[in-house]
Design a protein around this ligand. Structure first.
Ligand code: FPP
Length: 246
């Protein structure tokens, strides 16, 4: 990739093919309305559908969504199990539609701690959509950047101990092979909703050259129009979506 484009050091429109999103603010959205936090997560899941749908129209080829972090286990038991059940239902409900729309779905993160049914649904969806190429959707589930790097280093150490890799072979591209995102280009842009300005352990290795956009909108209110406008702002492209000016 052209580094001037990646860093936005000139007026050249930048390439924004891989967008990663920290979908924050579901809890506040619900609390402000006097509703249980899980209602906010359900609203958030509806937004996921809308954001996924618009990607191919605005030139986004890779979309990576932070759905559940390694730190999220610290939340109340009811919220964690509600989220897990939401992920199961999302996959069951959306699988056919994603496949029809030729979306390839993959998951990053440590699956070991997830329940068996969810692991099965994730693997089935990955297999079902493996031949699709309209959009690459990656869902980060029980994902943490440090956890990912720790797992990567363990595997690398095992390979070294077994003689499959020698210290001379270890360079940046080799490490890129050991992290969960081995099949993905680095993100061009990382968006975080809800006004928080933190990375929260998301894509630590992969974000070395990423641009960041922090927006005050809570995730359940984040529309396809707002998303398209952000992308247009980065690429210099202005397209119209329905009646809204992107
Ligand atoms: C952060 O908001 C959001 C989450 C921890 C869950 C993200 C999940 C979804 C958007 C729902 C479904 C996703 C998929 C991929 C189907 P928060 O609860 O931390 O909000 P707060 O900071 O206002 O409390």
């Amino acid at each position: 990739m052209d580094m001037n484009m990646a860093k936005g050091q000139d007026d050249t429109p930048r390439k924004v093919e891989h967008v990663a999103i920290i979908m924050d603010g579901n809890g506040r959205w619900a609390t402000r309305r006097g509703l249980p936090r899980l209602v906010g997560h359900r609203k958030g899941a509806a937004r996921v559908r809308e954001i996924v749908d618009i990607c191919p129209d605005i030139g986004v080829k890779y979309l990576t969504l932070y759905a559940f972090s390694t730190e999220n286990w610290k939340r109340a038991e009811a919220e964690v199990s509600g989220l897990m059940s939401l992920f199961r239902r999302y996959i069951m409900r959306e699988a056919e539609r994603l496949h029809e729309n030729r979306v390839r779905v993959r998951f990053i993160g440590d699956r070991a701690r997830l329940d068996r049914k969810l692991i099965e649904l994730m693997a089935d969806l990955e297999e079902k959509t493996a031949g699709n190429d309209h959009l690459n959707l990656t869902i980060a589930l029980n994902y943490g950047g440090r956890d990912e790097l720790t797992r990567a280093m363990k595997t690398l150490a095992e390979d070294a101990a077994e003689g499959r890799v020698s210290p001379d072979d270890i360079d940046e591209s080799a490490i890129g092979y050991y992290v969960d995102t081995r099949y993905l280009p680095d993100p061009d842009l990382i968006i975080r909703t809800s006004g928080e300005r933190r990375i929260s352990n998301f894509l630590l290795w992969q974000s070395a050259y990423a641009e960041y956009e922090f927006v005050p909108t809570l995730w359940p209110d984040f529309t396809a129009e707002e998303f398209a406008a952000i992308i247009a702002g980065f690429t210099g492209r202005d397209r119209r979506f329905g009646a809204a000016s992107a």
